[in-house]
Ligand binder design. Structure first.
Ligand code: ADP
Ligand code: ZN
Length: 752
């Protein structure tokens, strides 16, 4: 009830309304407008007889429009608003949608405060299931009518359909037609003859996963880890555990026990995975452990499915949700555990509208909701390592692989000493290793984190290079699709026959390799091998991805060539050899403080795919700098040495997690406008001891979609209030109008 909250109660008494709000013709509700770039609520009168509580979704008049609003638990901002009831509008109705729980409201406020995103935008993220806000459309199916006389004309098709329907189940017309191998016209005919009747198909419900469906036998080390996690769930309260174990050590099996314990307590659990790791493999393992599928949440869901998951999270019907980062914002009625698998993955950072890091926000959610959070990875982030070392997180280590298989031996291939043949990208050393693996009837994986055929195309005759007309970027050749594409804005053109500059025919040459080019080389060298090319732009969706992963698992593929989508959580039991085509690729990322860490994680994850089950795997890294510390750490397998060095560098540089960063990106179509404004922004930076403002500097990708971009970077020690600093700065800025744009990114992961 509105009256149950102190501030609204205060307003009520001003307006002379009783405590309970009963018959409260003029009770007031503070309403937030999701989707609007606003932090404040607006007061609306609550019509008599309408019961609303904080979190309820309501329709309200807002200017000339009617909008969906969320009743907040207290008025926010705009304290100078008039309290003249005559000027106030009443909310129109309450939507038949479960209210956002109070925990969601508090979480939204926290995120808005931390990321500096308007609260309205954060709450909009919590509603990303349009269908949940529309009335559920009943779906119709057909059921057999037992006592009806046979249809006048009994064709074989009619007989097949009737025989199937005799089991009494309700089926969609199309489903029955498919099963009976007849047209839907046949089904319609049986409805007309009264042998089938149309009925509403009941909405599917999520089955309840069974905590004790299967009992897992754990090794001693695993059992200790299970015990630690289960007692964290049992004891209740907020805690963070870092589950740190090599690939194949059984982290998934171990954290499933924490999920089971949460189920036993009657609470909900969320397992977050990088989007691309949400494969059938993971779901099958879940079914094996819990006896049924979890609710899934990812971008490939149909709108209706999204609506169903959203509602089921709110009602508590969905006990376990397995999802991508936005699964964090579902309206869980009683969330009791979050698992963040592959917690180091940069895909947990959203760089669009609300800039948030889902791993970090999970920890916040756990702390607000007072429940445990588990971060799992074979290569935890430096941030999590530091938190584990300082004791802020519980550090749970799984030292070896469950199968006892050893981690692959990783060798550098010095490309200066063993260069590939001209126009090729694989060193003879790597070619020999793949050939040997093929001869042993085992799988090889070649990894290159670059989509397309070639990163640059130029004219042999005049030297013309193909550049995106709207971005500072070369166009990437995608030979399979016969196009040149910009990976920043999506600009695309067919590969021309002649050079647009000098008109020479057939003069275009591809420079450098992408995965498609490596695949071409492999197909030429190993024509008998079965090759699978995994690149996000070639695979239309998660379903297709699941199919390909399945065929790799079952040994229908000899050589896998892929971008980073192969690095994420897949388990390829037959994989024996892994080759990194360009180990140096990530290390040249100039300003990015995480470049070394990310390269280490990626190379370690990819090489770690080898030899998980039967054989000892081998990893090869093609590099021009085998003496680079990151390369040495991967090759020697000395993770602690790498961590010590990396942590020390971060500490000395006051970089995350020892310091906080915020990036400001200023952009405009007009080059001078962007630059002038960026300099103005810099000039108006407040002066605060120990907080550094670097820049403005032209962004490394200085033009994207025709917008000129400038960057500023704020560096502050951990204990400084960087949000307060940025707010004060924002207040000191001239109004940003017209074509100018300023985005603020707290804890940036992207420095381009
Ligand atoms: P991680 O998540 O650390 O990569 P997984 O949980 O995927 O490791 O385990 C690797 C493989 O070993 C999986 O096939 C898993 O089913 C199996 N496994 C791990 N621990 C056990 C166990 N205690 N009993 C049976 N199988 C296990
Ligand atoms: Zn572009």
């Amino acid at each position: 009830m509105v009256a149950s909250n102190p501030v609204a109660g205060h307003l009520d008494s001003l307006l002379g309304i009783n405590e309970k709000g009963e018959g409260a013709a003029r009770a007031l509700a503070p309403v937030l407008m999701p989707g609007a770039p606003l932090d404040q609520t607006y007061d609306y009168l609550v019509p008599e007889g309408l019961v609303i509580e904080p979190g309820a979704f309501v329709l309200v008049p807002f200017g000339p429009q009617t909008r969906i609003g969320v009743v907040w638990d207290a008025p926010l901002g705009g304290s100078d608003r008039p309290l003249d009831p005559k000027k106030m509008k009443a909310l129109t109705e309450r939507l038949d949608v479960p209210a956002l729980p109070l925990s969601s409201l508090k979480f939204a406020e926290w995120i808005a405060n931390y990321t500096l995103a308007p609260l309205g935008m954060v709450v909009r993220m919590m509603m990303s299931a349009q269908a949940a806000f529309e009335p559920v459309k009943p779906r119709f199916g057909v059921r057999h009518v037992p006592d009806a006389a046979d249809p006048p004309r009994m064709t074989p098709a009619r007989k097949r359909a009737l025989d199937l329907a005799r089991d009494g189940l309700i089926r969609a017309k199309s489903a029955l037609a498919t099963e009976a191998a007849c047209s839907t016209g046949v089904v319609d005919g049986l409805v007309a003859s009264g042998n089938l009747v149309e009925v509403v198909i009941p909405e599917r419900r999520y089955p309840v996963p069974n905590a004790d469906h299967r009992v897992t036998d754990f090794t001693r080390e695993q059992a200790e880890a299970v015990h630690a996690l289960v007692s964290a769930v049992d004891g209740g309260g907020f805690s963070v555990s870092l589950l740190d174990g090599v690939t194949g050590s059984g982290k998934t099996e171990v954290y499933y026990e924490a999920v089971a314990e949460t189920l036993r307590k009657g609470q909900q659990a969320l397992i977050m995975l990088p989007e691309i790791a949400l494969t059938g493999q993971f779901m099958n393992r879940f079914v094996a452990r819990f006896g049924c599928l979890p609710a899934e949440w990812h971008s490939a869901l149909s709108p209706a499915e999204r609506g169903r998951v959203w509602r089921a999270a709110a009602t508590g019907e969905a006990r376990v949700v397995v999802g991508a980062r936005s699964g964090l914002f579902l309206p869980y009625s009683d969330l009791g555990l979050i698992i963040v698998d592959e917690e180091h993955d940069a895909g947990f950072k959203q760089d669009d509208r609300v800039h948030y890091q889902a791993r970090d926000m999970s920890v916040v959610r756990g702390s607000l909701g007072k429940f445990p959070v588990v971060l799992a990875s074979a290569t935890p982030s430096i941030e999590s390592h530091v938190n584990a070392r300082t004791g802020r997180y519980r550090h749970i280590i799984l030292p070896g692989r469950f199968t006892g298989a050893e981690l692959p031996e990783v060798k550098p291939i010095d490309m200066r000493a063993h260069p590939p043949e001209k126009g090729q990208w694989l060193s003879p050393v790597l070619v020999d290793a793949v050939a040997a693996t093929l001869a042993d009837r085992q799988q090889s994986l070649l990894f290159l984190n670059r989509r397309g055929y070639a990163p640059l195309t130029l004219c042999r005759s005049c030297g013309h290079r193909f550049e995106c007309p709207q971005c500072t970027a070369w166009l990437v050749e995608h030979r399979f699709r016969r196009r040149l594409n910009c990976h920043h804005c999506g600009f695309s053109l067919p590969i021309p026959e002649t050079c647009p500059k000098c008109g020479e025919e057939g003069s275009l040459v591809a420079c450098g390799p992408g995965v498609e080019r490596v695949a071409e080389e492999v197909r030429e060298r190993f024509p008998e091998a079965r090759v699978a090319l995994l690149s996000s732009d070639l695979i239309p969706g998660l379903e297709e991805m699941r199919r390909i992963i399945g065929s790799i698992e079952s040994g229908e593929v000899d050589i896998i060539i892929g971008t980073q989508i192969v690095a994420k959580g897949h388990n390829f039991p037959l994989l024996a050899t892994v080759g990194i085509v360009d180990g140096d690729l990530g290390l040249s990322m100039g300003a990015d403080p995480r470049a070394g860490e990310r390269t280490f994680q990626l190379l370690h994850q990819v090489t770690g795919r080898a030899g998980r089950a039967l054989t000892k795997g081998r990893g090869f890294i093609q590099t021009h700098m085998p003496e680079h510390p990151v390369m040495e750490a991967i090759i020697s397998g000395d993770r602690e040495m790498f961590l010590d060095r990396e942590i020390d560098m971060r500490r000395r540089g006051v970089l995350p997690p020892f310091g906080r960063l915020a990036a400001l990106v200023i952009s405009a179509r007009d080059k001078d406008l962007a630059e002038t404004f960026a300099r103005e922004v810099a000039r108006r930076a407040p002066r605060v001891d120990q907080i550094e403002v670097l820049g403005p500097a032209e962004a490394p990708i200085s033009i994207v979609r025709g917008r000129h971009r400038w960057r500023l970077l704020v560096k502050a020690p951990r204990d400084k209030n960087i949000q307060g600093f940025l707010r004060a700065w924002g207040d000191a800025l001239p109004k940003i109008g017209g074509d100018l744009r300023l985005t603020v990114d707290i804890d940036p992961y992207n420095f381009l």
